[in-house]
Design a protein around this ligand. Structure first.
Ligand code: SF4
Length: 385
């Protein structure tokens, strides 16, 4: 049986050196297959998949990418992922893509979509406006029409009509993939000694770079290996991690947080690829099912404007439900949605008496001593309180 160590070491180095390598290699081998990049956070990947194309998570350039061109095109107070994504484009590292889609998550992402449209005229560039009002009776209809518009763009790009049955098949495939990811996260929350956060991260991230039909058997194999593990529990505090829903921290940083004395029971890494709390219904109108699931059964996030329940309540619930004793807020530097959320989280966590530590990261950071020392101090303050 393949071990988790084998699986993770097979994919970790490519992810660290050039996160998009798996997808770029695929394009070299199958140039006829069209690939569409999906900027964070959430994208209805089913619409791309149903058109016979591959959705690819364009989730930054990693910490080995030198930013030589994009820096001069943005203000200094912009998050790293916006710069690294443009740098990838300007240096030809996104040439393997046939299209790229952005979303209404924040002003920098919105502007990046326009910058791409202007600078890369051969690339199909589009942008999804997700609803800002989740309680209006028109919200679902609005999102259905937005999905219908983007579906037409994908049909043009693929040169293929997408029928409802194509979409239903794609929804079923992604339901299976997301279900396995939910299982992976549940196993980690229950027995964090048996699967590290870095392992679960690598297993999740590769699913943004390969067809779900290949990711699903790989996840099944990994889960079987994880269930067979029986590691001893270490003397660590249990935390949930929040704030990294868009730009992703370097793997060494995640590793350092655990090594500093934490079991991370839950996180919001790669959130858009695990977006639904339950399966999207397969029967019925597929666009409406996707839209209704976005409104009624998707995760909370700093980039989803939902006034029905405060995000801080969700975070507190997550801490309580997982049995964590603290929260780590790990936000990308200059990420406004994450920083706005932190103001709310801080107040709620303090009110509930839940200790927390706030840390900032940058995608391109490669010195982790300071973060690790801060976490060690935090852990010690809890263990010896
Ligand atoms: S990291 Fe934050 S500010 Fe930057 S693109 Fe993502 S959501 Fe927007």
């Amino acid at each position: 049986m393949t071990t988790i160590e084998d699986l993770v070491s097979r994919y970790r180095e490519p992810l660290e050196s050039f996160p998009l390598e798996l997808a770029a290699e695929r394009k070299k081998k199958h140039p006829e297959k069209k690939l569409v990049g999906c900027y964070p956070v959430y994208h209805p990947a089913e619409l791309i998949h149903a058109a016979g194309m591959l959705p690819v998570g364009v989730i930054g350039g990693g910490n080995r990418l030198e930013i030589a061109h994009a820096d001069s095109r943005f203000q200094s107070f912009i998050c790293s992922i916006v710069k690294s994504t443009l740098e990838l484009g300007l240096t030809g590292k996104l040439d393997f893509l046939d299209g790229i889609v952005f979303h209404s998550i924040c002003d920098p992402a919105r502007n990046l979509g326009s910058v791409f449209a202007r600078n890369f005229p051969k690339l199909m560039v589009d942008y999804i406006h997700f609803p800002q009002n989740m309680t209006s009776p028109h919200t679902v209809d609005y999102l259905v029409s937005e999905y219908s518009r983007i579906k037409a763009r994908y049909q043009d790009l693929a040169g293929k009509s997408v029928h409802d049955d194509d979409l239903r098949r794609s929804i079923a495939v992604y339901n299976e993939q997301r279900g396995l990811l939910r299982e992976l996260y549940a196993v980690r929350a229950a027995k964090p000694q048996n699967v590290s956060t870095v392992e679960s991260y690598v297993l999740t991230r590769i699913g943004t770079l390969m067809p779900p039909e290949e990711h699903i058997p790989l996840l099944k194999e990994a889960l079987a290996a994880i269930h067979a593990r029986d590691e001893k529990t270490k003397d660590r505090i249990k935390v949930v991690l929040e704030g990294s829903f868009c730009e992703q921290p370097p793997l060494e940083l995640i590793e350092g947080l655990e090594a500093a004395g934490c079991y991370i029971l839950d996180d919001d890494f790669l959130l858009g690829w695990r977006w639904f709390l339950r399966d999207v219904p397969v029967e019925g109108d597929p666009l409406r099912n996707l839209a209704q699931s976005y409104i009624r059964q998707s995760v909370y996030s700093g980039v989803k404007h939902d006034t029905r329940e405060p995000k801080s309540k969700h975070l507190i619930d997550k801490v309580r439900e997982t049995g964590a004793s603290a929260a780590l807020i790990l936000s990308a530097k200059f990420c406004e949605p994450a920083l706005f959320d932190y103001a709310l989280y801080k107040r709620a966590l303090e009110k509930e008496g839940i200790p927390h530590l706030f840390l900032e990261f940058e995608e391109k950071m490669w010195i982790f001593d300071k973060a690790r020392t801060e976490v060690e101090t935090f852990v010690e303050s809890m263990l010896f309180d």
